[in-house]
Design a protein around this ligand. Structure first.
Ligand SMILES: [Fe+2]
Ligand SMILES: [Fe+2]
Length: 195
């Protein structure tokens, strides 16, 4: 496994420019920016579970990098929020390792299918702290809902993966609460950052 994923991160605020593509997201394999990744296969197959694990792992990696990047990027973010983002980067790192370990146990290759870095690209295009926080909140809500659904669906066939997804979903609720604490506005337009 590539050491840039597992050992040296989260690095905290690493600079102003987005760094995600600088090391190519290895060992994940990216699809071209103007293409969508292949749809996941049926969830009642090993390949389908693997597709969901791979997508979830890559979402955690993008979230980790984005939180660490945001902590150094947004001068308009209160100091407490920057520190909170660094903590969330560490939490996303832990989620990533949990999923990678599950993939290892199940024999799911990280690079077997391409993934999209659209989440990272859209987050790092956000112009200020509030829009970043709201856009990320939206992504985390979406991820939490998907993980809860996977947990429910897999509880009979793969209880270990199911409980892992349930645990991550619970922690995502705490991440969402951070965004709500600093930027409590609801009814987000979704149009503040490019998707
Ligand atoms: Fe996460
Ligand atoms: Fe999160």
């Amino acid at each position: 496994m590539n050491s840039s994923i597992e050992s040296s991160r989260p690095s905290g605020s690493s600079g102003i420019e987005p760094q995600g593509s600088a090391w190519g997201w290895r060992p994940f394999r990216l699809c071209p920016p103007d293409e969508r990744p292949p749809a996941p296969r049926a969830i009642d197959t090993r390949e389908g579970v693997g597709d969901r694990l791979r997508t979830a792992a890559f979402a955690e990696l993008q979230a980790r990098e984005a939180f660490a990047w945001a902590a150094g990027r947004y001068g308009d973010a209160p100091e407490g929020l920057r520190r909170a983002w660094e903590g969330l980067a560490a939490s996303e790192h832990r989620h990533l390792l949990m999923i990678l370990e599950r993939m290892r146990v199940l024999g799911i290759a990280t690079d077997a299918r391409p993934v999209s870095d659209a989440l990272w690209r859209s987050l790092t295009a956000c112009p200020d702290a509030a829009s970043f926080a709201r856009w990320m909140r939206r992504a985390e809500e979406r991820g939490k809902t998907a993980e809860e659904r996977f947990a429910e669906r897999l509880t009979g066939s793969d209880p270990e993966t199911a409980s892992m997804f349930a645990e991550i979903a619970r922690e995502e609720a705490a991440h969402i609460a951070v965004a709500d604490r600093y930027f409590p506005e609801r009814g987000l337009s979704g149009g503040e950052c490019p998707a």
